[in-house]
Design a binder for this molecule. Structure first.
Ligand SMILES: *Cc1c(COP(=O)(O)O)cnc(C)c1O
Length: 571
């Protein structure tokens, strides 16, 4: 068992994230943000970066999804035993919540790489006997409860996290805030670096914002105003008290509400969005701030299926720790790429058969769509015109695999799952469609490697980056996607995949593009994608190679972390 003391030797970069997808069996993540945190940690371990991570334990897990016959989602807690995976450290720190002392303890999980690199991850837990029953639940549910519950979690993560690292004896050279959830850590830093009242001529200058800024890196993930965490100051006062005077806090975090994004923006020297387009969108949301862009990536080894791992090991030695080697993908013979793909496809279809009873055909063009079920992702765009879709499916065969959880409070998201179940029934006998339950990292790997085409139809500019398409590319699966997020950068039409709808420069953000997007989706599916799939296998495999050699080559978290190091951490 590795002890945390081993990591105290050198100063670290401390990465704070509300959720983290480390192992499939540790349900401490809900979707893209958490999986990205996991990939960030895995690449940091591979690259032997001086890196540690802080997150919440989520003792009751991000829920188990059940879906009734009619498509109605229901949720139940996931029971999991943290001690099976990690060890509880003895240090306890406290934070003040509603005037009470709330104790926080940490579990240690060490992510170890084959390169010898290791990254300790600290999972904060308030479920300890010293705490009142309600406080013991603060780290139980991911994004559960109300605004007040969320604020308590963010106090534990931000203030509790910094205090914990201090108690453990860490020296931190940068704090990386993965989304605004962790922004309260800046308040703890302001308190730590407070100047002596005698040394300044005005009381306002005891708050050393410059030193705090030098320590903080902030990555924003939310491209719309409504998505940013905000707390009314009366709630803040009741829950958190006034660790720093409210007149100071209001200047840093907004007049009317404590806006976590503003707080992070004002106290971080380096700020970035998660794709080039998202960087620009963020600048327009927060005029006057310098916002850079580091486009996301995925952890190549984690997101490559077994048959492609074997293939890459044979032809592209060293690829896992140096994904740039994908540039030599042309060395792999066509038939071996196709073989590896068919193996992944058969594995997925076997999973479909055993979980849903539906038999799918490996010779049929298979489309995959899986992500959080929420309105802006428009999972139902494919069904906008059923007559047209049926006609397309009569010309060439088609089968579709869906998956995705809706957040328990997201009624439109839940409705979407029901709607899709309605279409599945309606199209029965014409198009084989299934909806897999309980989307998680294991199912994601099966899906992104086992389908032929990975479909993504978000409403622009809501897809800050998107990462599942990058995973698909690692397995030669072709992206067919709206031009938003990473795909604006990864897309070369008919070469790495296909776009849906107008280019980002060709429409206004206020314009609804549903009809145009659906029309283009049907047109390309019928006239471009199906003809290549069924009649021109050579071109299809050429495109698979391009997805690997151009997209996986670039959209991986090793490249992403090297950029964080050179552009954010060492400045
Ligand atoms: C990769 C992944 C996501 C993120 O996918 P997007 O396309 O970015 O929405 C969500 N959930 C799981 C389980 C994943 O593996």
């Amino acid at each position: 068992m590795v002890q945390f003391q081993e990591f105290l030797k050198e100063p670290k970069i401390a990465y704070f994230s509300m959720e983290a997808g480390i192992l499939n069996d540790m349900p401490t993540y809900s979707g893209g943000l958490g999986v990205l945190a996991g990939d960030t940690i895995r690449s940091s371990a591979d690259l032997k970066l001086p890196f540690i991570a802080v997150t919440l334990l989520i003792r009751k897990g991000f829920f188990n999804q059940d879906i009734a016959e009619n498509g109605r989602q229901s949720e139940s807690p996931v029971s999991w035993e943290p001690s099976r995976f990690m060890s509880l450290l003895s240090e306890k720190v406290k934070v003040q919540i509603e005037g009470r002392d709330v104790y926080v303890q940490a579990w240690l999980y060490v992510v170890s790489s084959l390169t010898g690199g290791m990254v300790p991850v600290f999972f904060l837990d308030t479920d300890i006997p010293e705490n009142a029953p309600d406080d013991r639940e603060i780290t139980s549910h991911l994004y559960g409860g109300d605004n007040r519950y969320r604020l308590k979690q963010e106090i534990v993560l931000g203030l509790g996290g910094v205090r914990m690292l201090k108690a453990l004896g860490f020296q931190i050279k940068k704090y990386h805030l993965n989304e605004g959830h962790a922004a309260l850590l800046t308040l703890e830093l302001l308190l730590s670096y407070k100047k002596d009242i005698e040394s300044v001529w005005d009381e306002r200058f005891i708050w050393d914002t410059e030193t705090v800024k030098d320590l903080c890196v902030f990555t924003t993930h939310t491209p719309v105003e409504a998505g940013h965490d905000k707390f009314p100051y009366d709630v803040v006062k009741e829950v958190m008290g006034e660790p720093i005077p409210f007149n100071v806090l209001r200047e840093l975090a907004g007049r009317d509400n404590l806006n976590m994004t503003l707080l992070a923006l004002n106290l971080s020297k380096y700020v970035n969005g998660v794709a080039k387009k998202h960087g620009e969108v963020s600048k327009s949301l927060f005029p006057g701030y310098e916002i850079h862009a580091i486009t996301n990536g995925v952890h190549s080894y984690t997101w490559t299926c077994e048959s492609f791992i074997r293939l890459y090991d044979r032809y592209l030695s060293g690829w896992a720790n140096e994904p740039e080697v994908f540039v030599r993908v042309g060395r792999i013979p066509d038939e071996e790429i196709w073989d590896a793909h068919i193996q992944a496809k058969i594995k997925l279809l076997y999973y479909v058969k055993t979980t849903t009873g539906v038999e799918m055909d490996p010779d049929v063009l298979t489309i995959g769509f899986a992500r959080r079920a929420t309105a802006y992702k428009r999972a139902d765009l494919l069904f906008s015109d059923l007559t047209r879709l049926k006609k397309i499916a009569q010309k060439g065969r088609l089968q579709i695999i869906y998956a995705g959880k809706a957040h328990p409070n997201d009624q439109p998201g839940k409705k979407l799952i029901e709607t899709i179940h309605g279409y599945i029934k309606e199209l029965k006998g014409i198009i084989n469609i299934v909806y897999l339950k309980n989307y998680n990292m294991d199912i994601a790997l099966k899906l992104i490697s086992g389908v032929d085409v990975w479909l993504n139809t978000p409403l622009r500019p809501r897809e800050a980056s998107g990462t599942s398409g990058m995973k698909a590319a690692h397995n030669g699966v072709l992206n067919f996607s709206v031009l938003d997020g990473w795909w604006i950068e990864g897309h070369i039409e008919g070469y790495t995949g296909w776009s849906i709808g107008p280019a980002p420069s060709e429409f206004k953000l206020t314009e609804t593009t549903d009809t145009k997007d659906a029309d283009d989706l049907y047109y390309k599916l019928e006239e471009v994608i199906m003809p290549i799939f069924y009649n021109d296998r050579r071109t299809w495999i050429r495109m698979m190679q391009n997805a690997i050699g151009k997209n996986a080559y670039y959209f991986n978290s090793h490249r992403m972390m090297r950029r964080y190091v050179t552009e954010a951490y060492i400045r």
